[in-house]
Write a protein that binds this ligand. Structure first.
Ligand code: CU
Length: 171
């Protein structure tokens, strides 16, 4: 009887079950469709891209850097009002979309003005994943990426251009 009880206990202890596989889950982040519209101002530009997380764990975009900017900040836009954010969620098996009129990066304190046709190196920093450096093409100021599904009209009601970023100088 005592032996049987000991074996049962040992069997229980070995059963690490689902916690073992959960530990193996990691975010797997990919950057798509990055672009910078040629800025209309001398000291500030916006950056847009989509992050896709194919991994089994969520991550957060926590910061970005660029060699053309003294500072890069994360901004959300709600009802036409921009707000600086500390990080953006990149859900497991989901995506984070930075698009005109919504979440975006602000490249501030520009050391030089990005010109259409050139590429700007930008490094994205995450809570868990290693940093990712992307060469971001500079597009015309009015550039909008193709929408692959027609379901979102969000980018069409945003005639609020980046001139409204003038308000950012007050931070
Ligand atoms: Cu902004």
């Amino acid at each position: 009887m005592a032996l049987a009880a000991a074996l049962t206990l040992a069997g229980c202890n070995d059963d690490s079950g689902s916690s073992g596989s959960a530990a193996a889950k990691k975010p797997e982040i990919k950057v798509d469709g990055a672009y910078i519209p040629e800025p209309t101002m001398d000291d500030m530009a916006a950056g847009f891209f989509t992050l896709t997380n194919k991994g089994g764990a969520a991550d957060r975009l926590t910061a970005a850097t660029s060699d053309v900017a003294g500072a890069v900040t994360l901004h959300s836009t709600k009802g036409g009002v921009m707000k600086e954010q500390k990080s953006f969620d990149v859900p497991a098996g989901g995506e984070l979309v930075l698009a005109s009129g919504g979440n975006h990066l602000m490249l501030e304190e520009l050391k030089r003005k990005p010109k259409r046709g050139e590429k700007v190196a930008m490094t994205l920093h995450f809570q868990k994943s290693d940093p990712i450096t992307v060469e971001v093409p500079v597009k015309e100021a009015t550039y909008r990426p193709e929408q692959h599904d027609g379901s979102s009209n969000a980018s069409h009601d945003t005639h609020m251009s980046h001139t409204s970023h003038a308000s950012h100088t007050s931070h």
